[in-house]
Design a protein around this ligand. Sequence first.
Ligand code: SAM
Length: 190
Amino acid sequence: MKNDFMNAVEFSHFLIKKHLDTDSILIDATAGNGKDTLFMAELTDQNTEILAFDIQKKAVKNTQKLLEKNNLQAQVKVIHDSHANLDKYINENQLSLVLFNLGYLPGGDKSIITKAQSTLEAVKKSLDFLKKYGIIILVIYKGHKGGLKEEKAIIDFVEALDYKKYNVLKYEFINQAAKPPEVIAIIKRA
Ligand code: SAM
């Protein structure tokens, strides 16, 4: 038996597996080096469309490379655009899962980070396009400059969501010295 709680990324993957609807569109809103995109692609087949967004060319390339290495490029569209524009690429009610792994590209330029305004715009659009029982998962990092500001904006927004329409969960370690990442998950009920 594993003798610890799941960390934030492990918990996000647990939620992805648990809520997977293969007959729909899945979005990785922050493709980065492609690890989360690969995780989704490994769980699905050609019936499921996966869209992966990133604003950095380097991240788009890294994600495409990783998918090609694993021969899983066919079911994923890697899009060089902001997740705030996700509505350009899908129609209403096709979406069952959106993952945000926020912050900066690991191994990349640490000054290019996700920002509250575009993250919230993308979350709001995702809520509009989400199928019933669809899920939005946000892995939020607070240790870098700008991280706490983004976290506060997200928490303020999700706390105010109507509980009759959405279930909102926060998964967080609360006794650690550093600021570990946390997970926010939103399920659409109606
Ligand atoms: N999921 C990735 C992985 O498995 O490697 C890690 C993602 S990394 C923590 C965050 C990424 O978000 C960076 O690559 C960054 O370029 C990207 N990003 C920042 N703002 C964005 C935006 N508005 N739209 C899409 N991606 C964005």
